[in-house]
Ligand binder design. Structure first.
Ligand SMILES: Cc1cc2nc3c(=O)[nH]c(=O)nc-3n(C[C@H](O)[C@H](O)[C@H](O)COP(=O)(O)OP(=O)(O)OC[C@H]3O[C@@H](n4cnc5c(N)ncnc54)[C@H](O)[C@@H]3O)c2cc1C
Length: 460
């Protein structure tokens, strides 16, 4: 059985699909794209709001390692004069994905490489004769030699302090990527919970849609994502030594000390360059931490990591600054403890500085609190079945699925399952740094290589 199934219709699924078509698979490549209107765009590149920018420079974005045309060239063709070091819209990157897929599919058809796109959800994967049987939502079943799960992030779950009444009111938006542009009445006051990149995009859309509304952004530390430098930073000359020192650290706190000491000893150094220079080593740094160390990192340092690593494009940050300067947007450092009411909603919070309880009213509350990777709480049929049948197991820190560094999933008995892989956010528990396109496309390339090699051994 040399056929391969890729499950998930986002950019990670597209990267594996296109890489397999290029490399030439021994059998048919099946891609289950779910009910997404356009395969390949997924959550990130399906937004039609041009204000939603990539957080990676055009020159560093791409779908494959061996690209047909680089994204920077594509931008220059589509938007003449667009500098390759700038941050393009995510919609434009979605156009690029579509163009790359189209040319890979034409090339595959010309050389007789079979492939099938199934616009359906996969609902189960079961071992079958040395490979797997994949069932689709319409009851069809496919027999394949290997399966790649490219499931992306999970739909957000409502914040635990939200009452059933608040959820039923329609004024509480759990999924910021489905913010209703035309609610029954435009809101006067909107509270956004979170101040990261998702909150930034939410505020940019909502402030344009509802010009009379005021906005309050709330997060525990009251810190926005940091901002990319206008021009790319230069590589730090002593980065290799710093990375070696980080790799010898035993705890996340010791790593933080190395970073702080380096910045103190090199006053002219742009901290962003230091953080970016760590990126290829982040999986190793993460894998080197004990489970207790990872827990401590998540509890005490994650906020600092997220603010430093996930940076806003300068244009987005400037638009947020304009909202703050105009008084339409205010920022609060507070912990939201509960949300009740049936519209307007009461948002109960404790202010960071004083711990004082405060209640604010809002016509709409948007939850923009980060990625959900808690498979144990998922109601997606495929994930529930895989967990129930012991083919996969949840990462102990709720960061996706347990896996080996090469993407092979670990079953309930603790064994890496042959031919069952994941790519993208579901690998966070093992790799940590695996969510963005630069890592996804290189992993897709490695997976395509491994799958072709495994299939050729079976065929031989
Ligand atoms: C808002 C946002 C902005 C981002 N911006 C950037 C950026 O600028 N640069 C960057 O490098 N990275 C960015 N990222 C990171 C991003 O996660 C990756 O770039 C990439 O889009 C991840 O793609 P994915 O395919 O893993 O996930 P997704 O886009 O979530 O796609 C997964 C798809 O699989 C489908 N699916 C799930 N289960 C099944 C099933 N059983 N059967 C069939 N289909 C299924 C889902 O419905 C979904 O459509 C961003 C992420 C988000 C959320």
């Amino acid at each position: 059985m040399s056929d391969i199934a890729i499950i998930g219709g986002g950019a990670a699924g597209a990267a594996v699909f296109g890489s397999l078509l290029r490399r030439g698979a021994a059998g048919t490549v099946h891609w289950m794209t779910g009910e997404t209107p356009v395969p390949g765009r997924g959550v990130a590149y399906g937004t039609q709001d041009e204000r939603h920018l990539l957080n990676v420079r055009a020159s560093h974005m791409g779908l494959y390692v061996d690209e047909d045309e680089g994204f920077a060239h594509f931008c220059a063709r589509q938007r003449p004069g667009f500098p390759e070091t700038d941050f393009a819209s995510r919609w434009l990157f979605g156009d690029f994905i579509e163009s790359q897929l189209t040319s890979r599919m034409a090339e595959a058809a010309a050389k007789g490489q079979p492939y099938v796109l199934h616009g359906l959800e996969a609902v189960s994967v079961a071992p079958h004769g040395g490979g797997y049987e994949v069932k689709l939502a319409n009851g069809d079943a496919l027999r394949v030699g290997a399966v790649v799960l490219a499931l992306g992030i999970l739909p957000p779950l409502p914040f635990s302090g939200t009452t059933a009444r608040a959820l039923a009111s329609g004024a509480y938006v759990v999924d910021p990527w489905n913010l209703p542009q035309y609610p029954s009445r435009p809101p006067h006051r909107v509270i956004v919970i979170g101040t990261g990149l998702t909150a930034v995009d939410t505020l940019l859309s909502a402030s344009a849609w509802w010009p009379d509304a005021e906005f309050i952004a709330v997060s525990r530390h009251g810190l926005w994502s940091s901002v990319h430098a206008q021009a790319p930073t230069t590589v730090f000359a002593s980065q290799a030594e710093v990375n070696a020192a980080l790799l010898s650290c035993r705890s996340p706190l010791a790593m933080l000390r190395v970073i702080r000491r380096t910045l103190r000893d090199h006053p002219g150094l742009d901290w962003r360059s230091l953080i970016d220079g760590m990126r290829p080593h982040n999986p190793t740094l993460w894998q080197g931490m004990s489970e207790a160390g990872r827990r401590r990192f998540l509890r005490h340092l994650r906020w600092l990591w997220d603010v430093s690593r996930h940076r806003a494009p300068p244009r987005s940050a400037a638009a947020i600054q304009r909202l703050l300067d105009s008084g339409r947007l205010t920022l609060r450092a507070a912990r939201v403890v509960g949300i009740d009411g049936d519209g307007p909603l009461d948002v109960m919070m404790r202010t960071r500085a004083s711990g004082e309880p405060t209640v604010l009213q809002a016509d709409m509350v948007v939850q923009a609190t980060g990625l959900n990777l808690s498979v144990a709480l998922s109601d997606r049929p495929l994930i529930m079945q895989l967990l129930r049948d012991g083919l996969v197991k949840a990462d102990p820190l709720q960061l996706g699925l347990s896996a080996e560094p090469d993407g092979r999933l670990i079953d309930a008995q603790g064994h890496a399952r042959p031919g069952l892989y994941a790519i993208g956010p579901m690998l966070c528990g093992n790799l940590w740094e695996c969510i963005a396109m630069p890592e996804i496309r290189s992993m897709a390339n490695e997976l395509a290589y491994a799958l072709k090699k495994a299939a050729s051994l079976v065929v031989a």
